[in-house]
Design a binder for this molecule. Sequence first.
Ligand code: PGA
Length: 251
Amino acid sequence: MAARIPLIAGNWKMYKTNPEAVESAGRLVELVADTDGVEIMIAPVFTALEPVSKVVQQSRVELGAQNLYWEKEGAYTGEISADMLVSAGCRYVIIGHSERRQYFGETDETVNRKISAALAADLIPVFCVGETESERDSGKTFSVLDKQVKDGLKSRVVDELGTLVIAYEPVWAIGTGKTATSEQAQEAHQYIRSLINDKFSAALAESVRILYGGSVKPANVTELMAMPDIDGALVGGASLDPESFSQIVKF
Ligand code: PGA
């Protein structure tokens, strides 16, 4: 069976103006030019997608967006469709990030519609799941992941999901400096893989890439990536600096 190719993804969140984004992307392209055996993605803000797409063209770096809306077009002020992201040069889209769930009312149902729209446009969804601190403390981690995975992928069929990427991001580890231990992350990743096995197929469970996210840094990435079910990282803070992100890419 083909090994899963690691994916290191940078979520730039609401940081960097266009000139800053172009500069960071250009530096990153240089820093990772000699890497192989790893896929690299950055997700700048919507307005920077097009200029950054020109910088990363023909490079090791691919482009992702941080969100989309599921309708193709229409009177939806402020929203952006999957086809629009493709036309701006995107190959990936992050869906259901905990900040979107927490601050912008995203639910498992909206996440489900967004994943469907992304797949229909041939965008690779990076589908985020993860428990809060209180859910972990009350022993609900697995039941939360179970619901998020099942409802987020509801009505999808195995044949559609060949490109799917899942990101396990414990909410308590995002931007807090508190990383899950590699054992905690491995346990959750293994559980998510078992859910994909049970709901879809053994082949999809074997091939689906599951990224870890939450305070990933050059100093902890090696240990995380050594875990059998961790196939990459979704990096926030440490992705903003091309030097530190390139060190993560070279885990
Ligand atoms: P962090 O963010 O690396 O800053 O913790 C991760 C994320 O939100 O994807």
